[in-house]
Every structure is written in C-alpha cells, then in structure tokens.
Design a protein around this ligand. Structure first.
Ligand SMILES: *[C@@H]1O[C@H](CO)[C@@H](O)[C@H](O)[C@H]1NC(C)=O
Ligand SMILES: *[C@@H]1O[C@H](CO)[C@@H](O)[C@H](O)[C@H]1NC(C)=O
Ligand SMILES: *[C@@H]1O[C@H](CO)[C@@H](O)[C@H](O)[C@H]1NC(C)=O
Ligand SMILES: *[C@@H]1O[C@H](CO)[C@@H](O)[C@H](O)[C@H]1NC(C)=O
Length: 808
C-alpha cells in the first residue's frame, strides 16, 4: 500500500514538472474571484490584468478567453478593460444547494503559446430566503403524567440559504410550561425540541397553543412561524419507542426503484388501538419524499426512483412512529449512496489548431480537458492516442492535456491524420470515451516541379505549317494548390545565334510546344533548348529539362540534273562513232537531290528516244550505253529523254534531254567546219588550245582518278556507318543511286568540252564547273550541321571521250 502511494506521489511530481515546464506562468494555486449571487449581468467581478500580471496587449493578441466546464459560461471579458463581468445571473441555491462553499472552477486560456490559468469563482450567499416550516400547524399529544424535563422533538424549518443566512434560532411564544431548545443534526441542520418545564394538569388546562418562530442569521434576519397545538391526554398509555435511535445503511447508486433500503421498527408497550404503530417521514425535504417511501405499517423504506451518487451522496431521514393514542417517537436513518462507475469520462476540446503547416517543429495541435463525474478510482483517468502517429499527448494543469506534434510533418507523405483520443477511467468495469479529431496538414512549397523526362526529343516534319503543335513537356509538383501550379517557359538559348523565340513558343499553362514558323530541313536539321517549370509558391521553385527538336526531311526537292546541262539554249551533243560495239558508254546522266536519306535516292529510266532500241539507261547510275551495233540506217541525230526519279513518297522526278550524234569518225563531220577560219594563225591557235586543253584534261583525269580512288577507299568505312545512321529504314534498293552525303558523284567522269552546232557554225566550248545554287542560309554557313559543308562541295566531273585518238 505504501509503495503504491509512493508511485502515485512520484507520478504527481512528474505531472507537476510538466506543469512548470509547459506553463511557466501558471501557478499551482487557482486565482480566486468572488461575486454575490443574484448580481445583474455585467456586474464587475475582478480584473484579469491585475490578477494574472499580464499586459493588456498580450491578452488581446493571444485571444484570452474564459472557459467554464459545461455549457453555461457564467463570466465574460470586457475586451477593453479586461474586467471579468457576470454574464448571467447566478443563483447560489440552484448552483450549489446546501453546500456552504459554492465554488465554480474555470480557466482563463491564452494561446500562442498556450497558457492556462486556473481560477475559481466563489458565489457568495445573500439572505434571499426565509425559514419555512413544512407544517404550519403541528399537533402534539402529551400524557398528563409527563414529568418536567420531558423532551418533545419538533420538525424544523427549512432555509435555502447557507452559512449565517441559514436557520440559526428557534423561539417559542412565552408560556409557563414549555421552552425551546435547539439541536443540530449531523449535517448541521438545526431543529427545535420542546422541553417541559412544569407538570401539566389536564383538568386545569386541556390544550396549550404556542407559536414557534424560526430565525436566520441574516442582517436583517428573516423568520418563519408555525402554530403548535399541545393536547394534554388523560389516558395513561405508552409512546412508541424505536429500538435504535439511529440507523445507518449503504445502498449502491442506480439501485432499481422498489429496492428495500431499510426496515425500521418501534415498539409500544400498549395493546390494542394504543399499541398500533404508524410510521411516517418526519420533517422530510421534497427531495426525500420524491426518492423514498415508507410503508406505514411495516416501517420498510424503499426507493421510488434510483439514487445518483453524483447528485446526493447521503440522505438523513427522520422517521416518526405514532401510536393510536397520538403518542409518537422518532429516529433517524442515514442512507449512504455508494459510487458506481456509471459515468463515462468526458473530453472537452478547449482549443484546436487545424490545419497545421507542414515542416513546423513541435507544435501544439489541441488542448483538451478530461473529466469524470465518478469519484475515486472510478474517476481517475488515463488518456491515450494511437501509437503509430507522429503526435503525442502531454499532461498539463489539472486534467488538461495538450496534443503536440513530435516534429516536422510532411504533407506529401500524409496530409491527414485521424487521431482517436481515448480516455479511460480506472473503475470496474472500465469505461472509456473516444474522441476522433482529423488534423489536416497544410502545404508549404517544399517540392520543386519535376519533369516527366529529363530530356525530350521531338520530331518535326520540315515545311510544317506555322504554329504547329509539335509536342508537350510536363512537370508534376507534389505540393498542392497554388504551390503545385506549374508554369512553363523557355530559357533564352546560351548559344545566342539560335533565334529560338522565332522558332518555338510554349504554352505556359500546359507545356504545349509550337513551331512558330515553317522549318526547312535543308537549313536546320536539329536544335535544342531548355524549358523551365516554375511553381506558384512563394518563394517559387523551378526545374529544367532539355528539349531537342529534330527536323525530319520531306521529299520536297526534285532531282537536279547536273549533266547534261538542261537550261542551255543549245544543248551539248554526245558523239558516238558508228563503229561502237553494243554496251559502248555514250554518256552518263548525272543528277543530285538535295533531300536526305531515302528521299535522295535516285533512279534513272529512258522515257523516250528517237530509236528506243538503240540505247539503254542503267537505272541505278544513269549510264547511257548502246544496246546494239549501230547500222548505217540509224539517223545521225538521236534524241533521248531520261527520267530521273527520287525515292520519296510521293516521288519527284526530272527529265533530262540528251542529244547524241552518230559519227563515222571525228575527221569527217566534226573537223570539217562549214565556215573554215580564214587566218591560219587562228587555226594554229585553236589547235594549240586543243592540245593544251587535252593535255591538261589527261592530267586532270589521272589526278582525279587517283584522288577518287583514294577518297573512296578512305570513306568506304565511314559511308557504311553513315548510311546506317541516316537511312535506318530498310535495305538500300539496288536500282537506285545514293547521291546524298558529300554530293560527290559515285563514279567520276570528266567532261571538259563538247561540240556545239547550230546556226551554221560549229565550235568547241569549255564547260564551266557546275555548281548548283544553294539557298542563302546554307550558303552563308549558318547551318550548324557539319555535313552540310561537305554537301556543298559538288565536285567537277569531266569525261574524256574514248574517241579522242581519232580526233587527232
Ligand atoms: C435565540 O434567541 C433567543 C431570544 O432572542 C436568545 O436569547 C438566544 O440567545 C438565541 N440563541 C442563539 C443560539 O442565538
Ligand atoms: C479519416 O476519417 C475519414 C472519415 O471517417 C475518412 O474519410 C478518411 O479516409 C480517414 N483518413 C485516414 C488517413 O484514415
Ligand atoms: C473513431 O475512429 C475509429 C477508427 O476510425 C472508429 O472505429 C470509431 O468508431 C470512431 N469513433 C467515433 C466516436 O467516431
Ligand atoms: C544554266 O544553268 C547553270 C547552273 O544553273 C548556269 O550556271 C548557266 O549560266 C545556265 N546557262 C544558261 C545558258 O542559262
């Protein structure tokens, strides 16, 4: 037992420690305020500033408030002066009944940080009730034989006031026979007794009338009176007498109505009518009459309704036994009510902060008070919450607890906590109350937006329509509300050359990317830039992602025929000796295509010819060869139309016209000029030119062949990988020729000169190197793609005719 008490003391010390820790200003003694009952609403009670030693600003800033337990709030603040005022009239008798000291506990709460001041309101009694006798007329029967000194107990008067204002004195109207004597019950109530002073003589005075006055101690005193009629009886009988003057019983609260409480018994020595005893309550209060009943003949006291320990802990009842002759005797029954654990603990939330911001350190979330109307163990409580929550309960002053977070919380991990506070008493059986509160965690901008990808690759067909939606970027933000509202923007390019903002725009709301203008693959094949996602928090957080835009080629360029020249007013003629064998290489149609990949693969076909059987065109390289031996019947002038087609979808094509002259030998039709030069010097110089040019052509041919072979060998490997890289879509068709890449012709032929006939004159002309015009962007070298430089270098091709020997 002793050890148990020690532990309790220790617990109390721990609790006190907490109290001082959490509430440095809260004293252990409650502040006491007092007010007289029946004061009008608004009456002054006390000043909080003085009582608590606080600043006026502090009180208003920290939302000071008065908290009474229960629904009724008896006091309020004057928010200007911080005076405590009566909120509604207080009736002491109603609040506390017969309890002398009427004290209402309350608390003054301050928030941020939470501070609780315990306080008490003492309701002072005023003398607003007079003593009242339940019976205004009392009838007493006294045997004539009674001796002086006999005591007759009388019913007392009732005064609802307490203390000095309660009933203090009884007086009886002056008479020679009786005097009054004052007795007090165990609980303090006073009752009068009549004491016989002088022997009675019925023949002289059969009846005596007295006035009994009850006085309270108020100033001025209030009083109540009752009339007493004393009848002197002649019959020599005996008054009933109880075996015991005091009965004491205990009944558990909540016993059902009808339960027997106790049976009292009085004995009367008389027989017959004078010995018949009738039991009644004497001087019983309203409460007693409504709770208990007595069987008049048996003396059994039983319950009319259940008793409640929390309302009344004991009853003291006077029982009067009266016999047939009117003589009576009295006894007192004290009934103790035993407490049962019949009240659930109660939990009252005083203050709650909801929601609480995430990332905040240990924070008070709620302050609540627990109470249990039961007493002893039945009223002792333990308080708990679930174990798996980052919250804990801390005891505070007198049955106050605070619910605090154990540390910073993360809304993104959990945004809502359902906390069940369980209050359980230690009675038997244990009763518990659950109170659920939901705490929301409010968002703080602690997460940056995160892109779904770190790098985006978007493909775009060249020649797109302006303002085309080419793709989207997207970023998520784990925060909520405005903190998760993501806006997108383009970051100015580091490389200032790229006119990014004229190419691309972004919808800041949804991250959709638009190509602002039509892009040309031949100008720009790819570019990259950075997008930023910024959230709406303050301060805002952002992140970046790289976007690469790849422009895809479209078949938008027709093949371009390099040879034979197609724009000349007088196209070149290719010469073929009539002695040529089948398969003789007449010429080669050379074409390029500025598109890329499959779109640039070319094929050749003979579309039309003067004599369709005489020539063939090799589909994959454009070589024009004789198909059969040439006969004398074949016309001298042969015209061929060769179609050059690319592999795009749909394909684009160009037709090339070739003029072929069938000649017997170089001397006959070509060295005979119809208008022979008259001056031999001119002829000589022409010959010299021819010799020089042919020599240089031969030299160039050799150099070219060597270089071509060398370049071919060097590049074969690279071409193989490049081709795989650039044309990933399937095998290369055998009938096509790829003229993409460097733009170098796949085989080198050299054309230096040819004969041009027309308008009666014939002359040799040097052909200039053929360089196709390039778009300005590419020509100015703005293109960042490496390959394009190579592509610009179309090399000059020269073909040496095999009949050059006979030419001389
Ligand atoms: C009661 O009143 C009588 C008469 O006024 C007085 O003599 C007596 O002292 C009073 N008794 C008490 C206890 O006040
Ligand atoms: C909390 O309780 C509410 C209502 O009972 C429920 O809708 C919600 O899902 C609960 N939340 C958690 C985190 O358990
Ligand atoms: C409190 O929550 C628990 C668990 O969600 C539930 O079982 C219980 O019924 C709730 N109690 C009240 C009073 O709502
Ligand atoms: C033919 O086209 C080429 C290249 O486009 C050009 O250099 C040449 O001057 C043109 N010739 C005539 C006669 O237009």
């Amino acid at each position: 037992m002793e050890t148990g008490e020690n532990t309790i003391r220790k617990q109390r010390q721990v609790l006190l420690f907490f109290v001082f820790l959490c509430m440095p200003k809260a004293g252990s003694e409650p502040r006491r305020f007092s007010v007289a009952e029946e004061m009008e609403s608004g009456s002054f009670v006390g000043n909080v500033i003085k009582a608590l030693g606080l600043e006026m600003g502090e009180l208003s800033n920290r939302g000071a408030r008065v908290v009474f337990e229960g629904v009724r709030q008896y006091l309020q603040f004057n928010r200007k002066t911080w005076d405590l005022l009566v909120k509604e009239k207080l009736d002491r008798e109603e609040l506390c009944g017969p309890t002398v000291s009427c004290v209402l506990p309350f608390q003054i709460l301050l928030e941020n940080p939470l501070q609780i001041f315990l306080a008490e309101l003492l309701v002072e009694d005023i003398n607003d009730h007079s003593p009242i006798f339940l019976d205004n007329e009392m009838l007493l029967k006294i045997p004539e034989s009674s001796l002086p000194g006999k005591i007759i107990r009388l019913d007392g008067a009732q005064d609802l006031d307490v203390g000095i204002n309660s009933l203090q004195n009884y007086t009886v109207s002056p008479n020679p026979h009786f005097q009054v004597q004052i007795r007090a019950r165990s609980e303090g109530r006073k009752y009068p007794e009549l004491v016989l002073n002088k022997a009675l003589d019925r023949e002289e005075l059969p009846e005596i009338r007295l006035t009994l006055t009850a006085l309270d101690g108020g100033s001025p005193p209030r009083s109540g009176t009752a009339q007493i009629r004393v009848l002197i009886v002649d019959v020599n009988d005996n008054a009933p007498e109880f075996g015991r003057q005091n009965y004491e019983v205990r009944i558990p609260e909540n016993s059902p109505p009808g339960s027997l409480v106790v049976e009292v018994h009085a004995a009367d020595l008389d027989t017959g009518n004078y010995g018949e005893i009738f039991y009644t309550f004497s001087d019983a209060s309203e409460d007693i009459r409504k709770t208990f009943k007595i069987d008049g003949s048996s003396g059994e006291i039983s319950l009319i309704k259940t008793v409640d320990f929390e309302a009344t802990q004991f009853y003291e009842i006077d029982i009067e036994a009266t016999d047939g002759g009117g003589l009576s005797g009295k006894c007192t029954v004290v009934i103790h009510v035993i407490d049962l654990n019949d009240n659930l603990p109660k939990l009252t939330i005083s203050s709650i902060t909801n929601p609480i911001p995430e990332n905040s350190p240990e924070t008070v979330v709620a302050v609540f008070r627990v109470s249990d109307l039961d007493s002893g163990e039945n009223g002792r409580m333990v308080c708990s919450i679930q174990d798996d929550l980052p919250f804990s309960l801390k005891p505070s002053v007198e049955n106050y607890y605070t619910l605090v977070t154990e540390g910073a919380l993360d809304r993104e991990r959990r945004a809502e906590y359902n906390i069940t506070i369980t209050v359980m008493d230690l009675g038997s059986p244990r009763l518990k109350t659950e109170h659920n509160i939901t705490i929301w965690i409010s968002d703080i901008n602690d997460n940056p937006p995160v892109f779904t990808l770190t790098a985006y690759k978007l493909y775009l067909q060249e020649n797109n329509s302006p303002a085309l939606h080419i793709g989207s970027v997207s970023a998520r933000d784990r925060d909520s509300g405005i903190n998760a509202k993501v806006t997108y923007s383009l970051l100015p390019p580091e490389n200032g050359d790229l006119p990014l903002f004229s190419y691309i725009s972004i919808n800041s709301d949804n991250g959709h990317l638009y190509a602002l203008r039509s892009l040309d693959y031949e100008t720009i094949q790819a570019f990259q830039f950075t997008v930023t996602a910024t959230d709406g928090g303050s301060p805002s957080l952002s992140s970046q992602a790289l976007v690469q835009v790849v422009v895809q080629d479209m078949n938008n360029n027709s093949p371009f025929v390099l040879y034979p020249l197609q724009n000349g007013t007088a196209p070149c003629n290719d010469l073929v000796p009539r002695t040529a064998e089948p398969g003789y290489l007449v010429t080669k149609v050379v074409a390029v295509n500025r598109d890329w990949g499959q779109n640039s693969w070319l094929s050749y076909q003979l579309l039309k010819a003067t004599d369709p059987g005489l020539f063939t065109v090799w589909a994959h390289n454009g070589e024009v060869r004789t198909a059969r031996p040439i006969s004398d019947r074949d016309a001298i002038k042969q015209r061929l139309l060769v179609l050059v087609k690319d592999n795009g979808q749909p394909p684009l094509s160009t037709a090339a016209t070739l003029n072929v002259l069938l000649v017997d030998g170089f001397s006959e039709p070509y060295m005979q000029f119809p208008d022979a030069p008259k001056e031999p010097i001119q002829t000589d110089s022409l010959t010299t030119y021819l010799v020089i040019s042919l020599a240089s052509v031969s030299f160039l041919f050799l150099v070219s062949v060597i270089m071509v072979i060398a370049i071919r060998l060097c590049k074969r490997k690279r071409d193989a990988t490049d081709a795989a890289h650039l044309n990933p879509n399937g095998p290369f068709p055998s009938h096509l020729v790829d003229v993409s890449g460097t733009g170098t012709l796949s085989q080198s032929y050299q054309y230096e000169m040819c004969l041009i006939t027309g308008s009666g004159t014939s002359e040799f002309k040097f052909l200039k190197p053929i360089i196709p015009t390039l778009p300005p962007a590419q020509a100015s070298g703005k293109d960042s793609i490496e390959d394009s430089n190579l592509r610009n270098n179309f090399s000059l091709s020269i073909q040496i005719k095999p009949y050059q020997d006979s030419f001389f």
